[in-house]
Design a binder for this molecule. Sequence first.
Ligand SMILES: Nc1ncnc2c1ncn2[C@@H]1O[C@H](COP(=O)(O)OP(=O)(O)O)[C@@H](O)[C@H]1O
Ligand SMILES: [Mg+2]
Length: 587
Amino acid sequence: MNRIAAGEVVERPASALKELLENALDAGARSLAIMLRGGGLDGIVVTDDGHGIARDEMPLALERHATSKLPDEAIERVRTLGFRGEALPSIASVSRFTLASRQQDSDGWRIRCDNGLAFAPEPCAMPFGTRVDVEGLFERVPARRKFLRSPRSEYAACLDIVRRLAMARADVGFVLEHDGRRVLSVPAGQDREGRVAQLIDRELADNHVIVALEREGVSLSGVASLPTFHRGSADHQYLLVNGRPVKDRLLVGAVRGAYADFIARDRHPVLALFLTAPLEDVDVNVHPAKTEVRFRDPAFMRGMIVSGLRRALDAAGMRVANRPDASSTELWQREGPVTDPQPAYSPSGGWGPSSPGGAYGGAPLLADRQARFSGFAPSARDEVMAREAVPAEREFPLGTARGQVARTYIVAEAEDGLVLVDQHAAHERLVLERMRKALADGSVARQALLLPEVVELDEPACDRIEGRIAELAELGLEIERFGPAAILVRAAPAMLGLADVPGLVRDLADDLAALGDATSLKARIDLIAATMACHGSVRAGRVLAVAEMNALLREMEVTPHSGQCNHGRPTWIKLAHGDIEKLFGRH
Ligand SMILES: Nc1ncnc2c1ncn2[C@@H]1O[C@H](COP(=O)(O)OP(=O)(O)O)[C@@H](O)[C@H]1O
Ligand SMILES: [Mg+2]
C-alpha cells in the first residue's frame, strides 16, 4: 500500500471521518455513533447499524480499488457516496486500524491492520452492523503529521463534517462524542426543518421560510432564514447536491442575489438548500474528497437558487423592491410640533434608553395617527426644529436636518445642496471611531449587564472566543466560558448602549473563525471594532427626532473618516444645487 497516496483521500482526521461516515450511510445505516479523541488525532470510532461486511470481503475492503459498489455503472451515474475503493486502504495504511462487522444470520468478525500491515480476520462478539476504529492517524508518517493542526481545530473540522452529513440525512440518527462528552445528538426520522434548526441554530425554527421549486427536472428545497435573522459570515449556509454536502462559491453569490434587497451586504442569512438534479447534470468527481461539484449549467442552477429563495421570501410577504417605492416621495406629512425635544441621542454617550417622556415618546402617537391616514406608508415629520435656518457651509457641511425618509435616511439641507445620510451606516462609523479612540487611550469603558447573558454557540466557536478572553476584555467585553457550548457575557462596551449582546457574540465568533488562530485582535482591530459598532448602532428603521438627527450630523462633521461606513460604502451623499437644477432641466 502506498502511504503517500493516502494523502489524496485522507489528509486529516476530518477527511478520514467523512469517508467512514459515508461508508456507513452507503451500508444503509439508520443510526451512527461517532467517538473522537483528541480532535480525532488520537482516535476515531464509527459504529453503524448497516448491513455489514462478510468475513471473506474484509481483506478485500482493505485492498486498493476493491469496492463492492459501482456495479457496471458509468462513473458519472454513481449513486452511492463512495465508489473508488480507496478510503479504507488509505486510512489503514497510515493508522492502527480495526474493522469489525457482523451481518444478519452471521457471527461477528474483525480484521486489524497496523500501518498497512493487515492481519487475518478473527471472530469477535458484537451487535449487527460495523465498527471502524482508527488510532494514531499519521503517527508513522511524521511528514504529514506535522501539517495537522491542533486537536481543537481538527475537532472543529470533524464537527463540521458530522453536521453537514447530518443535515443531508434527516432520516438517520447521529450521536457525536468528543473526549467522552456528548456534543451532538439528533434522532433518526426527523423532519428536515427540525433537523436543520437543531444543527444550525434553534431559533431558526421560528424564523424561516420553506423553499420549494421544480424546474426542468431539477428540484430545490430547503430552509432559509427570514431576512431579519442573519449572521456576520456566510459560514452558516449549506448546500447539498443530490444528498452530498458540497462547498460551492455559486451558493454564496446566489444567496446574496436573492436577499440583496432585504439584507445589508455584510450580513448573511442562515440556510440549508437541497438541490436534486439528474446525475448527468452534476459532476461530483471533481475533488477526491468530493466536496466540490461542477454543474453542467451553472447559470441555470444559480437561477434556481435565486428564484427559489425569492419565491419563498415573497410568499412570506417580503416584496422585492427593485424600484424606489413611488409613495415614499408622495406621502410626506405634517404633524403638530413635538413638544419634548430632549434627544435620546447625545454625541458623547451614544444612544441612551428611551424614556416614555423622551423623544421616542412621540413615536406611538405618530404611528397611530399615520395608521388612520395611510397605513404604514413611509413618512417624515415636520418638526419645529426642522424649520431652522440653514447653517453656513464652512462650519456645518452636512447642514440641518429636515426629516427622515423610509426611517432609514436623514434628509438635510446644506447651504450648497441637499444631503442624504444613511443613519445606520453613519452611526456605525461614529461608534467605530469612538472605539478606536478609546482603545488608543486605553480606556474602553464597560457596562455590567444587569443579568449576565448566556449565549449558546457550538463548541469550536466557544473555544475560539475563550481563547481570546483577555483580548476581548481590553475591548470592553467581559465574558467567560459557560459549559461546553455557551458563553456568559457579564459586561459589554458602554459605548454600544443597549447592544444586541447575543448577536454580537455570535458575530465575533464568526470573525474569529475567519481570522484563524495566529492573528492578534489588535492587528485586526478594525474588523472586530466594526462588528461591535454594527451591533451598537442605530439600525435602519428607527424613527429619529430632528434633534437626534442634527446631533448625528454634527458628530459626523467632527469625526475623522465619517464619510464612509465600516464596509466602505458612503455614509452620506450630497446633491448640489446645480445637480438639482439639472434634474429639472433648469440649467
Ligand atoms: N460501514 C460499512 N458497512 C458495510 N460495508 C462497508 C463499510 N465500510 C466499508 N465497507 C465495505 O468496504 C468497501 C471499501 O470501502 P472504501 O474503501 O470506502 O471504498 P468505497 O466506499 O469507495 O467502496 C466498501 O465498498 C464496502 O463494501
Ligand atoms: Mg467509501
